[in-house]
Design a binder for this molecule. Sequence first.
Ligand SMILES: Cc1cc2nc3c(=O)[nH]c(=O)nc-3n(C[C@H](O)[C@H](O)[C@H](O)COP(=O)(O)OP(=O)(O)OC[C@H]3O[C@@H](n4cnc5c(N)ncnc54)[C@H](O)[C@@H]3O)c2cc1C
Length: 291
Amino acid sequence: MKIIDRIRNSGPFYSLEFFPPKDRSQWPRFFQTAEKLRTLDPLFVSVTYGAGGHSQENTLEITTLFAHEGYCPMAHLTCVGALTESLTAYLHKLADAGVYNVLALRGDPPKDKMIVWDACEFSYASDLVSFIHRKFPFLGIGVAGYLTPHAESPSFAADRRATANKLNAGSDFCITQLFFDPREYFEYVEQMRLLGVTKPIVPGVLPIQSMESLRRVLSLSACSMPAKFFLDLEKADREGGQAAVRELGLVYAAKQIKALLDGGAPGIHLYTLNMADLCLQLADRVRNLQE
Ligand SMILES: Cc1cc2nc3c(=O)[nH]c(=O)nc-3n(C[C@H](O)[C@H](O)[C@H](O)COP(=O)(O)OP(=O)(O)OC[C@H]3O[C@@H](n4cnc5c(N)ncnc54)[C@H](O)[C@@H]3O)c2cc1C
């Protein structure tokens, strides 16, 4: 089933994002984590896609196993440097395995490589969306959106137009990059609606695990966060260490989720960091706030 149909037929939901563990010996533990999180009744589970080599096969294998386990899986798929033939083969493998949803992304070039985008078969995510929509119409397609504009976007307006283009090219819904201020989400949705986008925009939320992991995520995602919150987290770290950071992060994220759902967000895409207990504690806090 396409995720968009599940979204249309659902009340507020959680969806869960996982990354394939690098080391295969960690897979049993990874699947235990996913199983624990099943209590959140996720509308879908998504698995990220690395830039090359084994990681792509891992995404295929893990989403396949998720499909067998009765989840609704979505495979992330990037098109940077990809060729039509290999993409076609990969998409067939996904469909044959019962994975009917894809998050269509451009991806980033490897650090040591310059890419001339216009010389690529697929220059932008919108090219990948059009291709999948045309050749694999039975697949559901999601795309990424950026509240803090994507680092390469020349302006907020250009960023929003690029996201509207990929939604109009045949994708069904958008998942946002992580962010921390719910007001930014509602403003973003308003801007997209003014561009004629009516498709669901699912906010991505990160529970904070530690300062170290937060710094890594911030540097990879290039998102921004309220300076006051960052300073409060640093203070918590100095005074109470990781446990205090985690606690403050949980309190903040629970309020963020409540505000998003109260304001009409269709659901919450949780960046799980492959951490079951953290996400379950967060969902408990949200439930307590809602009661
Ligand atoms: C929810 C989410 C999940 C992600 N999962 C992964 C993952 O699994 N693996 C991974 O490697 N990366 C992942 N990423 C990161 C993503 O690959 C990078 O952010 C990448 O740099 C951009 O991908 P995109 O699909 O947003 O690109 P695009 O939508 O193609 O945008 C890239 C840039 O090009 C600009 N642009 C778009 N179209 C045009 C045009 N026609 N003309 C000129 N400029 C244009 C955009 O404004 C933007 O600045 C994820 C990001 C998000 C938000």
